[in-house]
Design a protein around this ligand. Structure first.
Ligand code: NAG
Ligand code: NAG
Ligand code: NAG
Ligand code: NAG
Ligand code: NAG
Ligand code: NAG
Length: 531
């Protein structure tokens, strides 16, 4: 380990129990699962005491709804899980008291209707849980009046943990933006961990919608997005898994997700693009990259958990290619020889169409650095070229997905900047894309990260036919969380549970950073400051 002379280091590897959660003022998860709304957003029609249900008000007279009236409640900059009442929206976009933003290809989903014949407590069925939302409208569509005296939402995410704010991992630096991004990433992944019996049933109607497909086993499974898809996607876990490890270290959902993918493996070895019910024996859409991501997910799970017996249980299904090290060398040479574009210092995505306007993908170029396909010189060129394509103030583009900013592919780009020796570039991207835009843009949640958007800043994600469908809490957008711990604080495991480790900071523009995480070996932490 070679340190620049202006850095003082303090590295400690402890093997004793963890003290109380550090820096818990940044944690966005609620203290209790019964969550009440702090803010009233809108009132329509004849309503008395419209603020009676708010956290700090709790007026026991309740909200009195007259004929055809409604209120819209705002749960603040936090996504909540559900139980009770009507329509829900993730984003301020198109707030309306009468509909929910869609979780499918429809524009809107219907409200949940409760007949209220008598006084009592009314609770939505668990399969009607919305997964992620910020705004909730209550609409009384009848004549006469109805009084609502109490309302709360049951935060059902991360069912495997008792205390949602118990994070063994932490980070703190002199950049408030980076601190906030790290914790919002951790919280986003908490929202994307759910009871496996309440996944996406697919083809659900926009009227009478429900989520009751079993997508895995166990207490909790790591899915792609809180509202949608509520399915296991292996590519997403390659980002969310490491970010969970450095923060909550709640690994069960990763393991249950991996199980659900291997259970679907085809007889010829192919692994599914996504888990059940998206994939079944009769319907097996395939993606080469997502096949490989499942292998990577299992590698990460073993690295963080040290569970060798678990890895062994899949080894015969894992080792798919004979002579893979030789194949790897061949691929590396071929990529460098046939795909490099020396005019733009990026790789093409194929060796047939190599024209001026051809595609030089963000994901593939970032992966060329992460996977060690390139030498140091090419890694630096790639980092410079990717940064040269940034679209301020929105983010790093993914031309492979149209005029799109992909927080998923950009998570890999962040790693590529760190790994090519450009930590200041990685941090600049995290600050303007994840903090200034993805947290602070008023259309976004300021607490969880969106799935994708346009290079012009529209909250339109090219693969979807309607904008309401976009997930505003997507684990694949949490790449900075692990990257800041691994590469800025520089704390990395080089073998399972950290029996061997590497400490190699990349402070970039930071003056100080401290970070830590936990494995079954104990606590790992590093603190750095720069004069
Ligand atoms: C209820 O109020 C909404 C909004 O003011 C209005 O569009 C709708 O027509 C009303 N419905 C009835 C049945 O009055
Ligand atoms: C309120 O909506 C429900 C569900 O669509 C419907 O059955 C009922 O007739 C409506 N009530 C009025 C007064 O329109
Ligand atoms: C919240 O949901 C969990 C899991 O479904 C359930 O065990 C718990 O009783 C619910 N709590 C409340 C207050 O409804
Ligand atoms: C899911 O809910 C739908 C709608 O209520 C119901 O028809 C279906 O049988 C349920 N499926 C399971 C697996 O519970
Ligand atoms: C080559 O790639 C460019 C840019 O993606 C595209 O416009 C063009 O149609 C492609 N040409 C062929 C022959 O595929
Ligand atoms: C977002 O939340 C942070 C606290 O985490 C707050 O300081 C900031 O002002 C909020 N930004 C917006 C745009 O509301």
């Amino acid at each position: 380990m070679k340190l620049p002379s202006s850095i003082f280091c303090g590295v400690a590897i402890f093997v004793y129990p963890i003290a109380a959660t550090k820096y818990n003022e940044y944690i966005l998860a609620p203290t209790h699962r019964a969550v009440t709304p702090p803010i009233l957003n809108a009132v329509y029609g004849p309503v008395e005491n419209p603020d009676a249900l708010l956290t700090d008000v709790h007026n026991s007279n309740g909200v009195v709804f007259g004929p055809n009236s409604s209120i819209t409640l705002n749960f603040g900059s936090r996504f909540r899980h559900q139980h009770r009442w009507y329509s829900r929206l993730q984003s301020q976009w198109g707030i309306c008291p009468y509909q929910c933003d869609s979780a499918s290809s429809a524009l809107y989903d219907s409200p949940l209707w409760f007949k209220v014949p008598t006084k009592g407590q009314y609770t939505a069925e668990k399969k009607r849980q919305r997964g992620g939302f910020r705004y909730m409208s209550i609409w009384h569509n009848g004549t006469g009046s109805v009084t609502v005296r109490d309302l709360h939402v049951n935060f059902t995410a991360s069912p495997e943990v008792e205390d949602l704010r118990d994070y063994p991992g932490y980070i703190n630096s002199d950049s408030e933006k980076l601190n906030r991004v790290w914790y919002a990433g951790a919280y986003t992944n908490q929202l994307c961990s759910m009871d496996p019996a309440y996944g996406n049933a697919l083809g659900i109607p926009s009227t009478d919608w429900y989520y009751n497909a079993t997508v895995g086993h166990g207490t909790s499974v790591l899915i792609d997005g809180a509202k949608r898809d509520r399915l296991v996607w292996p590519g997403d876990i390659a980002i969310s898994g490491p970010s969970i490890f450095v923060s909550t270290n709640s690994l069960d959902g990763i393991r249950n997700g991996i199980d659900s993918l291997f259970a679907l493996q085809a007889p010829d070895g192919r692994l599914p693009w996504a888990g059940t019910p998206f994939t079944s024996q009769d319907n097996f859409p395939f993606s080469f990259t997502y096949h490989l991501y499942t292998l990577l997910d299992l590698y990460y799970y073993h690295l963080y958990s040290g569970d060798l017996a678990y890895l062994q249980s899949y080894w015969s299904q894992y080792n798919v290619v004979e002579m893979w090290t030789i194949a790897m060398d061949g691929i590396k040479n071929a990529i460098n020889e046939h795909l490099w574009d020396s005019t733009q210092n990026l790789f093409f995505d194929n060796d047939i169409n190599k024209t001026k306007s051809s595609l030089r993908p963000q994901d593939g170029n970032s992966w060329a650095v992460i996977a060690g396909v390139v030498d140091r010189e090419r890694a630096k060129y790639i980092s410079t070229s990717l940064a040269g394509r940034w679209v301020r103030p929105y983010g790093a583009p993914a031309p492979e997905a149209g005029a799109t900013i992909s927080p998923f592919a950009s998570g890999f780009e962040v790693q590529a900047h760190f790994l090519s020796g450009n930590p200041e570039r990685a941090m600049e991207l995290i600050e303007f894309m994840w903090a200034d835009f993805m947290l602070d843009d008023p259309r976004l949640t300021n607490s969880s990260f969106i799935e994708g958007y346009s290079t012009n800043g529209d909250l339109h994600y090219a693969p979807y036919d309607n904008d309401a469908r976009v997930s505003h809490a997507h684990g694949w957008a949490t790449g900075p969380t692990s990257a800041l711990t691994f590469f800025a604080a520089g704390l990395q495991l080089t073998s399972a549970v950290g029996k061997t480790w590497l400490v190699q900071p990349g402070l970039g523009s930071l003056r100080r950073v401290t970070a830590g995480f936990e494995t079954s070996m104990g606590e790992f932490s590093a603190s750095w400051s720069k004069d």
